[in-house]
Every structure is written in C-alpha cells, then in structure tokens.
Design a protein around this ligand. Structure first.
Ligand SMILES: O=C(O)c1ccccc1N[C@@H]1O[C@H](COP(=O)(O)O)[C@@H](O)[C@H]1O
Length: 207
C-alpha cells in the first residue's frame, strides 16, 4: 500500500485543486509568520474551499500561543494540527484534536524516545535538522537514523522530491510522506508538474 501523501505550504486555491486532482491525501497550511508560506485566515479559507471533501486539512504551527491555535480552529475546518516547535506533549494534546509532532532529526536524536514522549500524537513527522530553522528548508537527513520499532506512525519529510521519494519510501516504509519545497515553483507557489511527478514517485516506491 502506498504511504499517504501530504503536500504542505499551500497558499493558492488553484494549487489545492491541483493537489487534490493529482491524488494528495492531505494539504498543509502554515500559520507561522516567519515562514514565506504563512497564510492569513482568509487565504487559508480560500484554499480549503477549493478542496474536495476527501482531502484532509492540516494546520502547521511553530511555538504558537494557545489563543492563536484556538483562533484558527474556530475559524476553519481543520482536521489535524502539526507542531514544529518546542511545544510540550501536554500543550499539543490540549486542543483535543488529532496532532502530528515534528522532530528535527540529526545524529543523537532518539525517535523512539520522542514517540514515547508524544504518545498521544497521531504521528511523528521526521524532518531534517537545520540550525536556526524550524522546517520547510528542502534539506534531507540520513534516513538510517529512523528506527524500525516506532510505536506511532512515521511521516517522512525533509527535502523530499520526485527524484528521491521512491527510494525514501522503499528504505523507510513510512506511513506518510510530507513535501513542501520539493514541489514548488517558488516559495508558497506549487508546481503541478512537480506534484504529479512526486506522487508518481511515491507510487513507484510502493510497488
Ligand atoms: O514550510 C515552511 O515554511 C515551514 C516553516 C516552519 C516549519 C515547518 C515548515 N514546513 C514543513 O517542513 C517540512 C519539510 O519541508 P521541505 O519539504 O523540506 O520543504 C514539511 O513538513 C513542511 O510542512
């Protein structure tokens, strides 16, 4: 079975339509004002309105205030929260919504420990560690740092592209893959041909 596919950092309704048409299972909206992919509530609503109902909507935050998460949840039909900062397990779980916890992986980071700590998470999202950045960097990491015995689903992320995703899927066997930079024409602007090639790569890696 092929891993689920999340395409993150959408800012435009036409990219949402393309992502859904091409087979994405989920899209991500970035609510982090230091990101070039940050969206306002209005822009996020337009993206969500362009989606068919079977595509999940993920809201991404980096060290948000409780009020900010509540504001987004009150305004928009969000299915899953994704936390990319230093949020505690208690904070992540307190919204009573499914959530993903991102971990920036480098040698010495023990994903088994992270999975135990964030045991309420629907998944651990493994991203590349890049000094001074919280994600969306297009950097890859050594997939051999991912253990096989994780107790919660693994979402593989970090520098995935059409060129490396089949290999990544074969090696890591993730529950899902997440991509942002690798399917862009420019920051926050998705490229339909790159999304199509990426999704084909995921399928090829799953055969
Ligand atoms: O996309 C961003 O700008 C972003 C900002 C802050 C934290 C995370 C962000 N994106 C997430 O980072 C990973 C990896 O992205 P990439 O494919 O390497 O560009 C992914 O989960 C994005 O959703």
């Amino acid at each position: 079975m092929r891993p689920r596919i999340k395409i993150c950092g959408l800012t435009r309704p036409q990219d949402a339509r393309d992502a859904a048409r091409l087979g994405a299972d989920a899209i991500g909206l970035v609510f982090y004002d230091k990101s070039p992919r940050n969206v306002s509530l209005e822009a996020a609503r337009a993206v969500i309105d362009a989606l068919p109902p079977f595509v999940s909507v993920v809201a991404l935050f980096v060290n948000p205030s409780r009020e900010r998460v509540d504001e987004v949840l009150a305004a928009l039909p969000i299915d899953i929260l994704q936390f990319h900062g230093e949020e505690t397990p208690e904070f992540c779980a307190s919204f009573k919504r499914p959530y993903l916890k991102a971990v920036r992986v480098k040698p010495g980071v023990d994903l088994v420990e992270w999975a135990e700590r964030y045991k309420d998470a629907r998944g651990l999202l493994a991203d590349a560690f890049v000094e001074g950045a919280h994600g969306g960097t297009g950097a890859t990491f050594d997939w051999r740092l991912i253990p096989a015995n994780l107790t919660i689903p693994l979402i593989l992320s970090g520098g995935l592209t059409a060129d490396n995703v089949a290999d990544a899927v074969r090696r890591v066997l993730p529950a899902a893959v997440d991509v942002s930079s690798g399917v862009e024409a420019g920051k926050g602007i998705k490229d339909a041909a790159k999304m199509q090639a990426f999704i084909q790569g995921v399928t090829d890696g799953s055969l």
